[in-house]
Design a binder for this molecule. Structure first.
Ligand SMILES: NC(=O)c1ccc[n+]([C@@H]2O[C@H](COP(=O)([O-])OP(=O)(O)OC[C@H]3O[C@@H](n4cnc5c(N)ncnc54)[C@H](O)[C@@H]3O)[C@@H](O)[C@H]2O)c1
Length: 264
């Protein structure tokens, strides 16, 4: 067997349909591009219409088709309609990556309840709906599948970011993503659906602009990371791509930190 044969059997996603939420930016964009390069027909979902169209045009030279749908994931009805259209147009869903999320910091004693609810809707309820709509398509076709949720080291440890960074809704939803991932992995194991999560540390995307736009804060953050630098989005994408493919065929219910050693 050549290297190409081994890679083809373990990493290739040809013939698969992958749906990626939050695909207009950061980790979702890097992951959607990579899944397309590995041969999957890739469906980009995001509420950012401009970001979505530039992401799709960047990927227009890939062999497998690329589709995009503009959607606000806070809208449960819109999620159901969107996934029905995807199943109709693509014939089914084999891989789901839930990357979209919002992050609104604030002290718990004053935290605005409407914001709290929106963060729960986007970071947790939308992720749950996307998981079960994808699982229905996998179960109906009896083909199994792979779901990868993007959690956070903040879902595994509240202490890691220090006491100056109050963010109750983000921490609560990311902790929820961690345990929901485990629960769904057990529930759907009999149907051959693997459910895993990655837990990124600090990744250079617009989500941490507030941190990277302040050189002193960025340097203090890097000082805490054993590998001594921020993560690039495609370094998360590669771990997700591995989890999506046959190379990870016995991995389910796991939360994999990709954080340069923060959680070690
Ligand atoms: N960047 C980091 O340091 C970091 C660390 C830990 C975890 N994460 C997680 O990684 C994931 C991706 O974040 P990122 O860093 O790529 O951020 P990002 O801001 O670059 O991308 C997030 C994307 O989600 C989309 N989105 C947000 N709310 C939406 C909604 N209601 N409907 C549809 N789309 C919506 C945004 O438009 C954006 O394109 C998130 O789940 C985030 O919590 C990021």
């Amino acid at each position: 067997m050549t290297i190409a044969d081994v890679l083809e059997s373990r990493l290739s996603l040809s013939g698969k349909t992958a749906v990626v939420t939050g695909a207009a930016s950061g980790i979702g964009l890097a992951t959607a591009k990579l899944l397309g390069q590995l041969g999957a027909q890739t469906v980009f979902l995001d509420r950012d219409a401009d970001g979505l169209s530039s992401a799709i045009s960047e990927c227009s030279n890939q062999t497998a088709p690329t589709l995009g749908f503009e959607i606000d994931l806070a809208d449960a009805k819109a999620i159901e309609q969107c996934f029905a259209r995807i199943v109709d147009q693509c014939g089914g869903i084999d891989i789901l990556v839930n990357s979209a999320a919002m992050n609104v910091a604030g002290a718990s004693v004053d935290y605005d309840l409407e914001t709290w609810q929106r963060v729960i809707d986007v970071n947790l309820t939308a992720l749950f709906l996307a998981c079960r709509l994808s699982a229905r398509s996998m179960i109906e076709r009896n083909v199994g599948g792979s779901i990868i949720n993007v959690a956070s080291v903040g879902g595994l440890s509240a202490g890691i970011t220090g006491r100056a960074n109050a963010n109750p809704s983000y921490r609560a939803t990311k902790g929820g993503v961690v345990n929901l991932t485990r629960a769904l992995a057990i529930e759907w194991a009999a149907q051959g659906i693997r459910v895993n999560a990655v837990a990124p540390g600090y990744v250079r995307t617009p989500m941490i602009n507030r941190l990277t736009s302040d050189p002193a804060r960025e340097a203090a953050t890097i000082e805490k990371i054993p590998l001594g630098r921020l993560t690039e989005p495609d370094e998360i994408g590669w771990v997700i791509a591995f989890l999506a493919g046959e190379g990870a065929s016995m991995v389910t219910g796991q939360i994999i930190p990709v954080d340069g050693g923060l959680m070690a």
